[in-house]
Design a protein around this ligand. Structure first.
Ligand code: AKB
Length: 344
């Protein structure tokens, strides 16, 4: 008998670090984790199996299917926005072809199992592309269907994969002779994250990274040159809420979901406002603003805030952390303790 499992790709990334312990501790599922990099040791006890490998390796994915009955996939593996600009074609391979491989695996699994396989996909505010700063300032909270003209390879990949998920869920091989209207497919669910900030990990290769980097540098007593202007504004969310959101969407009753893609957010802050909060906690913090016009351009094309009312209405989304609680009860104490322990 093949074991029933949840598959998590990109398991060693920031979201994986929060999601794996959370799912394992729920106790109702076995986690199989996949990442191109080795898994950090503290995550090992939470995984039924860790496989080091590439989502582009179709042989490896084929072996997985032989071994396990996968009922849910959290497809977290991705190359983030800044890194993707250095090698857009490689990013396309991982972000799009990798996602296609997993969608195909999910459809095959669903057909074998005779029931839909849940496919949970984190998209991002990078899926948006606002034409200029003035529009960004005027736009306010942006809905899922507005300004979807991304300027980055990562953003293009994300929005295309949102559409691919919808295609695989509802229209896959729609002209095949043996396709019946009730044929089993995937249950694709997607959320658009804002910039994420974790107390436990530092992101790599993103463009919203100045937020977490500023806090982590200050807590270690390291100088930080912020690569955006003080007035650069993005929506953010702390990692416990990111985990809460993805798990809540994954478990929401199917009949409650009126759309495929949902915005989720917690608070919106400018870089200067982040610095204010950092300086209150770490008065010695040495932060300068040295905007990189090209990375700044990407931030300027992303919305200052997003409208998550559909997620609130359909599946009861509500963040636990507003900006005060995020900094005062989660980020500052956890990050400060982390580096105190590291230097003790
Ligand atoms: C990035 O900056 O690339 C990510 C994102 C906003 O999706 N953090």
């Amino acid at each position: 008998m093949r074991k029933k499992v949840v598959l998590i790709t990109g398991a060693n990334g920031e979201v994986g670090h929060g999601l794996i312990p959370h799912l394992a501790e729920r106790g109702d599922t076995l986690v199989v984790a996949l990442d191109i990099h080795p898994l950090d040791e503290p995550l090992e006890p939470y995984c039924h199996e860790f496989i080091q490998g590439d989502i582009l390796d179709t042989m490896l994915l084929g072996r997985l299917v032989l071994q396990y009955e996968i009922h849910t996939i959290y497809h977290l593996a991705t190359i983030l926005s800044t890194r993707a600009e250095y090698n857009p074609e490689a990013a396309h391979r991982v972000n799009v072809e990798g996602t296609m491989n997993l969608l195909r695996l999910a459809v095959e699994q669903a057909q074998w199992q005779g029931r839909p396989v849940r496919f949970v996909f984190p998209s991002s505010i990078a899926a948006y592309g606002l034409p200029d700063l003035e529009t960004k300032q005027r736009a306010g909270k942006v809905r899922e269907d507005q300004f979807c003209k991304p300027t980055t390879m990562y953003g293009c990949n994300k929005i295309y994969c949102e559409h691919l998920g919808r295609y695989y869920a509802f229209f896959y091989k729609q002209l095949a002779a043996d396709r019946r209207p009730d044929s089993v497919s995937i249950d694709f669910r997607c959320l658009r994250y804002p910039g994420l900030i974790s107390a436990d990990t530092v992101p790599a290769g993103g463009t919203s990274d100045y937020g977490p980097e500023m806090i982590h540098h200050a807590a270690q007593g390291l100088p930080y040159a912020c690569f955006v202007r003080p007035d650069a504004r993005l929506p953010f969310m702390v990692m416990p809420d990111a985990i809460k959101a993805i798990v809540a969407l994954a478990h929401a009753p199917r009949e409650r979901l009126s759309q495929v893609v949902y915005n989720v957010t917690s608070f919106s802050l400018s870089a200067e406002e982040i610095l204010g909060r950092v300086q209150r906690a770490f008065p010695e913090a040495e932060v300068t603003f040295e905007p990189d016009t090209r990375r700044q351009g990407i931030v300027d094309s992303w919305p200052a805030d997003i409208d998550d009312s559909a997620a609130r209405r359909d599946w009861g989304w509500e963040p636990d952390y507003d900006v005060d609680r995020a900094f005062d009860e989660y980020l500052i104490p956890t990050i400060a303790a982390r580096y105190r322990t590291a230097t003790a």
